[in-house]
Design a protein around this ligand. Structure first.
Ligand SMILES: N[C@@H](CCC(=O)N[C@@H](CS)C(=O)NCC(=O)O)C(=O)O
Length: 251
């Protein structure tokens, strides 16, 4: 039995759901509501001491970190292989997974927080936040998190997301102009790692960012029309609040 502790509208959870769905594996979901801080409850911290989603539980053992979970799934269930066999393409695949972890994931955060999450997180009182964050595994970050949740809307943060995403997509477009999938000839964990950003960028009202990038636009079309993408994407009833419109000062 594969059990996935996940949040429907989380980037990293989507990445693992997409891998499970591409492999057509049966999995049981346990919903961890990040907007209610269920990721910081002691029972969950026993599975994932970092207090983040996703966590895979397989054969009664827990595996954390989305990229590592996806490699584990590819090792344990190789029938649908999602890693290139060619060592050079495998190295490219790992670089694109790193691109997701170090660029895409960080790029969407400021806009997601300001345009979507603050609509929920900003409503918690100081006392409620103290109670929910008391079990946070990185106590030194708590004061900064509280400040971020309560801070007024920050257009500069949205602009910084837009700039980082534009640079990251340009890099992807250049590579996709030479080959159909990020790591080469075949669809791989690299495409799976970078796919969740597409849904979030659309939800943020920023999909114009790939309109003028032909190879990226074509990849978006091919990727989002895969049946597994539809099964894995956030269910409408579990989405974050609709994004606020992008203010005019953000070009
Ligand atoms: N490197 C981790 C990142 C996990 C992560 O930050 N997950 C986010 C959702 S995409 C989360 O749980 N955030 C809750 C929090 O930071 O409190 C992975 O890839 O699994």
């Amino acid at each position: 039995m594969l059990e996935l502790y996940h949040y429907w509208d989380s980037f990293c959870s989507f990445k693992v759901r997409l891998c499970l769905e591409e492999k057509e594996l049966e999995w049981q979901g346990h919903y961890v509501d990040l907007m209610r801080f269920e990721n910081l409850r002691p029972q969950y911290l026993e599975l994932n001491p970092n207090g983040v989603v996703p966590t895979l539980v397989h054969d009664e053992r827990s595996i954390i970190e989305s990229s590592i979970i996806n490699e584990y799934l590819d090792d344990r269930f190789p029938a649908v292989a999602l890693r290139p066999r060619d060592p050079f393409e495998l190295a490219q695949m790992r670089l694109w997974v790193k691109h997701e972890e170090e660029q895409l994931f960080l790029a969407v955060r400021p806009a997601s927080l300001n345009l979507m999450m603050k609509q929920v997180l900003g409503r918690y009182t100081e006392e409620e936040l103290d109670r929910h964050l008391a079990t946070h595994p990185r106590p030194r970050q708590v004061a900064q998190l509280k400040q971020l949740f309560k801070a007024p809307f920050d257009p500069a943060a949205v602009e910084s997301s837009r700039k980082m995403l534009a640079a990251a997509f340009k890099k992807m477009d250049a590579s996709l102009a030479k080959q159909p999938w990020l790591a080469g000839a075949s669809y791989s964990l690299a495409d799976i790692a970078c796919a969740p950003v597409l849904d979030r960028v659309e939800a943020l009202g920023m999909s114009a960012l790939w309109e003028k990038l032909p190879a990226m636009k074509d990849w978006v079309q091919r990727l989002t029309s895969r049946p597994a993408y539809h099964r894995a994407k956030p269910r409408d009833e579990f989405r974050l609040p609709k994004a606020l419109p992008i203010p005019s000062e953000v070009k």
